[in-house]
Design a protein around this ligand. Structure first.
Ligand code: S3P
Length: 168
């Protein structure tokens, strides 16, 4: 029987890509990082897409990718931090998959992304302020989208093990 997709949802820095790769290996599924998928299609980085074409353009590419990947099977998908705040993307992924929210605090995100320069939405002087503001808007949407919620403030192996036991 074909395996339903597993979609990892959560804020930037919650570990979606690391955990996604590990989880896919453990479960014998294929791993796709949504941002890398879009970058490959566009042949430029997320930062350049935002800079040259704007956020709305990126969101459109993200929507198209969600529809395409949502139709496939046997995938572990690391979504972008904004992907599942859009109802249509949630719908596209829900059809054939389960959504796992990696839960983390704004403070932990700020610490993890202290030296990161690849997230255009956090390229501001007050990073923690920007994170907190986005968190407030996004958390209820993430929680609404999620089938299960896992504490991401553990080792990747522990997070993986918890996802596997809860998805059974
Ligand atoms: C975004 C998160 C990023 C990337 C883009 C926008 C967001 O993905 O899709 O920079 O809106 O939170 P990660 O969560 O993988 O960093």
């Amino acid at each position: 029987m074909a395996k339903r997709n597993i979609i990892l949802c959560g804020f930037m820095g919650s570990g979606k890509s690391t955990i996604g790769g590990l989880l896919a290996k453990k479960m014998g599924m294929s791993f796709i990082d949504l941002d890398r998928y879009i970058e490959k299609q566009e042949n430029r980085t997320i930062s350049r897409i935002f800079e040259e074409s704007g956020e709305a353009y990126f969101r459109e590419k993200e929507r198209e990718a969600s529809v395409t990947l949502g139709r496939k099977q046997g995938l572990v998908v690391a979504a972008g931090g904004g992907t599942l705040t859009f109802e249509e993307n949630v719908k596209a992924f829900r059809e054939n998959g389960r959504i796992v929210l990696l839960s983390i605090t704004p403070e932990a995100v700020a610490l993890r992304l202290k030296n990161d320069t690849t997230r255009p939405l956090l390229a501001v002087p007050d990073k923690l302020g920007a994170i907190k503001e986005l968190f407030e808007k996004r958390l209820p949407l993430y929680e609404k989208a999620a089938d299960i919620i896992v504490d991401a403030d553990q080792s990747p192996m522990q997070v993986c093990a918890q996802i596997m036991s809860e998805l059974h």
